[in-house]
Design a protein around this ligand. Structure first.
Ligand code: MN
Ligand code: MN
Length: 294
């Protein structure tokens, strides 16, 4: 019973600023399925951590977090996206910051789209090993391998990806032709994450949706993934991105963990990053409010 909600998500819906929801769906995952059980695994793993985090000097028990449980899904991706978009729009319209635990990456779309309706100048930052810029994959337009293409063409051109090290020749061509802002994992390794974050901040300047495809991280740290790709980011790189962008983030997700492929380490790291996002967002929100009253 204790593990059915995310640790320290003790608020009711009405009072909550953050609404966590799981989406147990992985039907279009192509290599290793299993991300549908990631929401529950991350919830279970979240009980490993102290409510207080010294890094952010925040106690999650002081923050109004609600866990709405897992959303209902259908057998196919199109119907599932329709079903969850109703919830995504409600959370955003009600002034909440949605935190979606996937599940596969295609599930990002309804959440980003809901945020775009509320924030017309929405930016979108995605951490991923993969371009996800295909028009369709294995006959499926809403495949997890197409999410970034849909975001750029249907949601926002204010798009940045980070951690990239895999794509087809056509996807790399698309990036060139459309001037898409892409930072590879090699860019992060050579320039350092701080320098890249400065460029991203200069470009975004405003509300942003942050999507973390867990395979952005090196499989040495996060082995339980649907599509692992070596030479990735470190967890500290990702925490830096979260810390830096948190004040502007209006929607967040963490997707593509396939828990069956390790002994729980990847779900633990996923749960920690979610907790760090909440802490960073809540803390920076106070700073922002202080700034606004000056
Ligand atoms: Mn992805
Ligand atoms: Mn990926």
């Amino acid at each position: 019973m204790r593990n059915t909600i995310f640790a320290d998500a003790n608020s009711d819906y009405k009072k909550a600023r953050y609404v966590i929801c799981g989406v147990p769906f992985d039907d279009t995952s192509c290599f290793r399925k299993g991300s549908r059980i990631a929401p529950q695994e991350m919830r279970a793993a979240s009980y490993n951590f102290e409510a207080y985090t010294n890094f952010f000097d925040v106690d999650l028990r002081d923050i109004n977090i609600h866990d709405a449980g897992d959303l209902g899904v259908a057998e196919n991706v199109d119907a599932t996206l329709d079903m969850i978009s109703v919830h995504a729009e409600k959370y955003v319209t009600d002034g909440k910051i949605p935190i979606m635990l996937g599940g596969e990456h295609s599930l990002t779309y309804p959440f980003a789209n809901a945020c775009k309706k509320k924030y017309p100048d929405l930016g979108f930052v995605v951490l991923d090993a993969h371009m996800d810029l295909r028009e369709e994959h294995e006959g499926e337009r809403n495949s997890h391998a197409c999410i970034s293409r849909h975001i750029i063409e249907e949601v926002t051109k204010k798009y940045v990806s980070l951690g990239i090290r895999s794509g087809t020749r056509e996807e790399y061509q698309y990036v060139k032709e459309n001037n898409v802002m892409v930072f590879s994992a090699e860019d992060v390794f050579s320039a350092g994450i701080e320098k890249i974050l400065k460029e991203i901040n200069d470009f975004i300047k405003g509300p942003v949706y942050l999507s973390i495809d867990m395979d952005a991280i090196d499989p040495a740290y996060a082995p339980a993934l649907g599509t692992p790709e070596p030479y990735g980011l470190t967890p500290r790189d990702v925490r830096s991105v979260i810390s830096c962008l948190a004040p502007y983030v209006v929607g967040f997700d963490l997707v593509e963990i396939a828990p069956a492929y390790d002994s729980g380490n990847t779900a633990l790291l996923g749960a920690k990053l979610v907790r760090d996002f909440i802490a960073a967002s809540a803390k920076k929100l106070d700073w922002n409010n202080n700034l606004n009253t000056d």
